[in-house]
Design a protein around this ligand. Structure first.
Ligand code: DCP
Length: 724
């Protein structure tokens, strides 16, 4: 039965990875990055059976006992998503269901994932991951790669150690470092492994790079001990000269161990590494290498010239392949302690598939609620905002002929506030469904409409950026987002909720400003796949992989106001922004006679003149034509929890200033803004505090232009490849 197959084969836990790079089938083609230096010291740290450790810390009585974490789903005892090492030793595997695990190991302790809103609540795991990150970040540039993985660039720390306390000068070396696995280091029969490692670490004849690596070994061992002492978690690590090799190495000896890849052992490591195990080769590219070039191990690639690989897979990917065969990777450790995106997803396997728009709406509401909460926390704690909302779904149709079709992922500019997000997500879903069902939307089999089912749904918020310093100040300019970027506009032309199949042709043009997911060649290495792979969404969204959709229209960036006459009053959360706002307001407002107390009037006049000379009057003209309804700042203003407060402050202020809300809205409606009409030189006239934001508005347009120019995608590569 189909649903059984789905349950067995496709059901997965809620998303595993927050930020892990997409490497599922058919993802973006890898590209070679310039190799900055092969003298870097890069570590990859991976927590051991992470969710189990988190649960064991909560329940210390479980320590040392066979333990696994299960998804709340009750079918056959739920799905195992993390298995402790004691349980693994007793034959328990992650692919098992709870009942099977009990049968294999009756003494196993199954801990349920916390549940909120009918789905897994991963917050405690995320927070535990953050604890670890904050410790690891002490020694070098730190990139949080997923909920339980981190890359570290320890080059500077290693250089310092080498110059101050080189390993060869150390009499006593920490035991944890002596337990390291040094790939390629031979242990003669009967020799003391720790002594061998000590000898390797203290070699005086090693070259500079190897000495740096030895320092890296000591630093990582120490960091792992700090993590254990401060969090009670163990982790494993890989240490080498680049990210790729370190990631491979960290998985080689688990749990609570570290593995080092000296240059001399790279070839040996790669010649026996199955091609599909290599990062970014797990999908179509790896399959193509196997079937078209008969490459089964990474080392097999060595037989091809760079030119040949470029002919087959394009210049960038060809060079990337040539490099990885030699263990070369220029990928930098990005200094990033926070996630690149947030996501919330859920699967509905087999009989649980969603078959009505009502049920889809219900679940989208839950997912958006969670997403909104996390965005709010990110905003509060990190002053970061997301710009893009994306909906992914996995679906099937009752018609066999179309069953291979993928539900298209859709994006739109993200509006803050739970209800807005829910509404936009539903509109994205409907747009996706229309496309999924085909041009006529209603297909008939005899008298029966074709049914559909949704087996997975996910919403994610991407393109997260810091609020540039000073941006808060321009909140003053951009008021009334909520009133202008009305959900009702987006809600037009919906499907009838009552009848999931009652679509008519004239409904096909959604008014929602949807971003089609299109890959940008120049960002291939980091761009997410646009296909809606729910498994990767569940486990890997909020990922390292950057969603780079481009805006099909900038109409979401609609109208702006420069109503100096209606100062905003801030409520609660925003109140700390007020001083900056006032500061910028006074800077820009050349027509307002706001004198700064204690400063001579003549000086202030000079200051205003200077500003005017820099072009502030053009700025005023500029903003009079711009509507901020979907601007970042107005979104911040429109935070769900503060919506009412802010709206009422706005209304109050408007009435205080004798400027009625409706007039204000009407006036702003007239100031429509077309991004093409912006003269880029105007941006330079803006106060520096807001230049960055305005440039960010314009960027998507540039991308669109670029992508039109260079529409090379994975399909092109493979069609070329097929010709081999
Ligand atoms: N996870 C999940 N669903 C999956 C895989 C993993 O929810 N299908 C969660 C639970 C894991 C965590 O992500 O604890 C990290 O995943 P890893 O693949 O790193 O596996 P573990 O940390 O559990 O084990 P290991 O020690 O093998 O890395």
């Amino acid at each position: 039965m189909l649903w059984k197959e789905l349950l067995e084969g496709k059901q997965r836990s809620e998303r595993k990875k927050e930020e892990e790079e997409e490497e599922e089938e058919g993802e973006e083609m890898p590209v070679a990055k310039p190799v900055s230096s092969d003298g870097r010291v890069i570590a990859h740290i991976d927590m051991d059976c992470f969710y189990v450790q988190v649960e064991q810390r909560k329940h210390p009585e479980l320590r040392g006992l066979p333990t696994a974490v299960v998804q709340y789903n009750s079918w056959k005892g739920g799905a195992l998503i993390a298995v402790g090492y004691e349980a693994r030793a007793l034959g328990i595997k992650r692919s098992m269901r709870g009942e099977e695990a009990k049968a294999v190991c009756p003494q196993i302790h199954l801990v349920q994932v916390p549940v909120a809103r009918g789905k897994a609540d991963l917050n405690s795991y995320r927070e535990a991951g953050s604890e670890v990150v904050s410790i690891l970040a002490r020694m070098g540039r730190c990139e949080r790669a997923s909920i339980d993985e981190v890359y570290l660039d320890l080059t500077d720390a290693a250089e310092t150690m080498l110059s101050e306390t080189p390993p060869e000068s150390l009499e006593i070396i920490d035991d944890e470092a002596l337990k390291s696995h040094i790939l390629g280091l031979k242990h003669e029969d009967g020799s003391d492994m720790k002594e061998n490692v000590k000898g390797w670490l203290r070699r005086s004849d090693a070259d500079h790079r190897e000495k740096l690596l030895a320092c890296g070994v000591l630093i990582v061992a120490d960091l792992r001990m700090q993590v254990l002492q401060e969090t009670q978690f163990t982790c494993s690590a890989g240490i080498s000269h680049n990210k790729m090799l370190s990631k491979l190495a960290s998985a080689m000896n688990k749990p609570a161990q570290q593995t080092v890849v000296p240059c001399s052992s790279v070839q040996g490591l790669l010649e026996s590494l199955p091609i599909k195990k290599m990062k970014q080769l797990g999908g179509k590219l790896g399959s193509s290498l196997q079937s078209d070039l008969e490459v089964n191990f990474v080392g097999d690639l060595l037989q091809f010239s760079e030119q040949k690989l470029q002919e087959c897979y394009g210049i960038n990917t060809g060079t990337w392949l040539w490099n990885i065969a030699r263990g070369i990777s220029g990928e930098e450790v990005e200094g990033r302690l926070l996630t690149k995106s947030h996501g919330s997803g859920k699967t509905f396997p087999g009989p649980r598939a969603l078959k009505t728009l009502h049920s889809v709406q219900h679940w989208l509401n839950q997912l958006c609620e969670e997403l909104s909460e996390r965005l709010q926390t990110d905003l509060d704690q990190n002053r970061r905002i997301a710009h893009t909302l994306t909906l992914h779904a996995r679906a099937y149709m009752s018609s066999d002929s179309d069953s291979h079709k993928k539900f298209p992922s859709k994006s739109c500019p993200l509006r803050y506030g739970t209800t807005k997000m829910q509404e936009d997500a539903m509109n994205l879903f409907q747009a996706g469904l229309r496309e999924y069902l085909g041009p006529f939307e209603v297909k008939m089999q005899g008298n029966k409409k074709i049914g559909w089912g949704i087996t997975g749904l996910s919403v994610s918020a991407g393109k997260i950026s810091d609020i540039p310093s000073g941006t808060s100040s321009i909140m003053r300019y951009f008021q009334g987002h909520d009133r202008l970027c009305s959900p009702s506009k987006l809600a037009k032309e919906k499907f009838e909720l009552e009848d999931p199949c009652s679509f008519s042709e004239n409904e096909s043009n959604s008014t929602l400003d949807i971003i089609e997911h299109t890959k940008l060649p120049e960002e291939e290495a980091t761009v997410n796949n646009e296909s809606s792979d729910l498994e990767s969404m569940e486990h890997k969204t909020s990922t390292n992989s950057l969603e780079v959709p481009f805006y099909s229209s900038m109409s979401s960036l609609k109208k702006a106001d420069f109503s100096q006459e209606t100062p905003l009053s801030f409520s609660g959360r925003e109140s700390h922004l007020e001083p900056k706002l006032t500061e910028l307001q006074s800077k820009v407002s050349s027509k307002e006679s706001t004198f700064e107390p204690g400063r001579p009037a003549s000086e202030q006049q000079v200051k205003r003149n200077a500003l005017r000379d820099k072009g502030t009057p053009s700025l005023l003209r500029f903003f009079r034509r711009v509507d901020p309804s979907c601007s970042i700042q107005s979104q911040v203003l429109a935070q769900s929890s503060d919506d009412t407060n802010i709206r009422s402050s706005l209304e109050k202020n408007n009435s205080i200033h004798g400027d009625s809300l409706s007039e204000d809205v009407q006036r702003r409606e007239m100031w429509r803004y077309n991004v093409d009409e912006i003269d880029p030189s105007v941006i330079d006239e803006l106060p520096s505090e807001i230049q960055e934001e305005v440039r960010a508005w314009l960027r998507p347009q540039k991308r669109q232009a670029n992508s039109a120019r260079r529409s090379v995608g994975i399909a092109d590569y493979f069609s070329r490849n097929k010709k081999l």
